[in-house]
Design a protein around this ligand. Structure first.
Ligand code: G3H
Ligand code: ZN
Length: 286
């Protein structure tokens, strides 16, 4: 069923695993991720950025596509459809009214007080509709769609501010930027685990780790042990699908039917997602 992230993440935190957020880019990503979740008997969060929603034809079309595929595949595992890095109250409201079950309001580029005001407003609306909310503090480096943060701007979240934001807004989960990066890492990631522990102890809410692509398994496990209950992955699926298409086309240079090379892409995404679900410990937790 289509549900919010709330129970999913509370269960994950209590039982020491993380639910993956896998971003949708098109029909094939959606098919692959839903199939992977059902196959692994795992809860799943479908992340939709504003850019991806635009590409796919809008929030309503995205919700309709997800619902129709869930029916077609007889999906029984919990699925959340979540606005990733929502940029404004307006966009969050639009997603909620289109049927999203969860939203992120990314006010991390605003001063603390403004971030809190904005997040509070989104929580108020979302909770009326049974929709869960994720907020962010600090700045996650790298690039995802419209969101570009260069190295100098990237900043670690301050634990006391995290505590204040979570307390004053009533968010369901929280993403403290602690050195993770959108897109591939330049070298090894350097995650702020001491701060992560502090944020967990202060806030008590399930934590979210963005930039899941390229984080070594030992760091994933450490983050889960420190209260991380949601891990976002996008680039890794994009890379594995691109690799599959390249291989397919170089082996079959005359094949122009997109259903052929996109089948290769879809299979690669499903395999990658199932691997992540096992790594995050969410398999058989539906
Ligand atoms: O919000 C989405 C994620 O944080 C994706 O990060 O593309 O580095 O896996 P990634
Ligand atoms: Zn992110």
């Amino acid at each position: 069923p289509l549900v919010s992230m709330k129970e999913m993440l509370e269960k994950a935190k209590a039982e020491n695993y993380a639910v993956g957020q896998f971003n949708l880019n098109n029909l094939e990503f959606t098919q692959a991720i839903l199939k992977a979740a059902q196959e692994e008997n795992s809860p799943v969060i479908l992340g939709v950025s504003e850019g991806a929603a635009r590409y796919m034809g809008g929030f309503k079309l995205t919700v309709a596509m997800v619902k129709a595929l869930m029916e077609e595949y007889k999906v029984t595992v919990p699925v959340a459809i979540h606005l990733d890095h929502g940029s404004s109250f307006q966009k969050c409201a639009e997603a909620i009214h289109a049927g999203f079950t969860s939203v992120m309001i990314d006010g991390s580029h605003h001063p603390l007080e403004e971030n809190i005001e904005l997040t509070k407003k989104v929580v108020e609306l979302a909770h009326i509709h049974g929709v869960s909310v994720e907020a962010e503090l600090g700045r996650i480096g790298g690039q995802e769609d419209d969101l570009v943060v260069d190295d100098a701007e990237a900043a670690y979240a301050v634990p006391s501010e995290c505590d204040q934001l979570v307390r004053e807004t009533g968010v369901d989960c929280f993403a403290p930027a602690l050195g993770s990066v959108h897109g591939p890492y330049k070298g090894e990631p350097n995650l702020g685990f001491d701060r992560m522990k502090e944020v967990m102890e202060l806030t008590g809410v399930p934590l979210v780790l963005h930039g899941g692509t390229g984080i070594p398994t030992k760091d994933i496990q450490k983050a889960i042990s420190l209260g991380t209950a949601k891990i976002n992955v996008n680039t890794e699926n994009q890379i594995s699908s691109q690799k599959a298409v390249k291989e397919y086309i170089s082996a079959n240079p005359d094949q122009y039917d997109p259903r052929k090379y996109l089948t290769a892409a879809r299979d690669a995404i499903q395999t990658t997602v199932q691997g992540k679900m096992r790594e995050f410990g969410s398999s058989n937790k539906a």
